[in-house]
Unconditional design. Structure first.
Length: 268
């Protein structure tokens, strides 16, 4: 059966139905919003990435998004405290198009990162997490810099074990633990420098979605092409897409690059 947005919408509505929930399908934006009628809070699912993932893993794609929505709705509307939970505070990477405030207009704590990305901060709740916002910070009388420091410390404690693959003399390293913070490892500067020391060619990094980071040891133009194709493929199938662009890592800096055909072109 060929899956399309209408079929996917109907399957998700069936999987997520509850007396306290409403569903709104926007055919123009190709999104399905699931809302808790009591709180008015909800989650909007972008259907194209789920469809792309369905092509690859079939029912698992639907299982994953249903789980993500279910867990997200379960924690919405609850008050969560950071006190005593310092080891559960982590940074998360999002695209620059990601909202900078909640639907109620409550600003999230975030920092600029690259031209393509921003860093937000999250309190891990076990099966899901919630982004830290200004109200939460004020309620607990914390400082934003304290949260930043704790999160950066915690991301350095995460596993950096990678798998690798060689294509046309270029080595690609993949980190995909599905802990929600794979892309966040890009903020572990000491680890990036360690990887840089291993790299024989040019070091490039891609964070196409939240649950993967790719580091490439690029030795020829084919390496750039393969990295671009991988990044685009992952970007299209991720639940939380970040950017299809890759980055050069030089002198401890990340610089977005556009890869055109057989050539690499730095962003001007």
């Amino acid at each position: 059966m060929k899956m399309d947005s209408t079929k996917l919408k109907n399957i998700l509505k069936e999987r997520l139905k509850d007396d306290n929930r409403t569903f709104k399908f926007d055919s123009k934006k190709d999104t399905l919003r699931v809302e808790n009628v009591k709180t008015g809070k909800g989650i909007t699912v972008e259907l194209p990435p789920v469809l792309a993932n369905y092509e690859n893993v079939q029912e698992k794609a639907i299982d994953e998004v249903a789980y993500y929505v279910e867990e997200g709705l379960n924690v919405m509307g609850e008050e969560h405290s950071m006190e005593g939970k310092e080891k559960f505070i982590f940074p998360v990477i999002r695209s620059t198009s990601f909202p900078m405030e909640s639907e109620e207009g409550n600003p999230f704590l975030f920092d600029e990162h690259t031209a393509e990305t921003r860093v937000f901060y999250a309190l891990d709740l076990g099966k899901t997490y919630r982004l830290i916002d200004e109200k939460m910070i004020q309620r607990e009388n914390w400082q934003g810099d304290r949260i930043r420091e704790i999160a950066r410390f915690n991301v350095r404690s995460l596993s950096t074990e990678m798998k690798s693959d060689i294509v046309a003399d270029n080595t690609f390293y993949f980190l995909n633990t599905n802990d929600g913070y794979d892309a966040s490892r890009i903020l572990n500067e000491s680890w990036l420098r360690e990887m840089k020391d291993k790299i024989q060619g040019t070091m490039a990094v891609a964070i196409p979605h939240q649950d993967v980071i790719i580091i490439a040891d690029v030795k020829n133009n084919t390496g750039y092409d393969v990295l671009a194709q991988m990044a685009m493929s992952f970007f299209a199938s991720g639940h939380v897409p970040i950017t299809a662009l890759s980055f050069l890592y030089e002198e401890d800096e990340l610089e977005p690059i556009f890869i055109l055909g057989k050539n690499k072109k730095r962003e001007q």
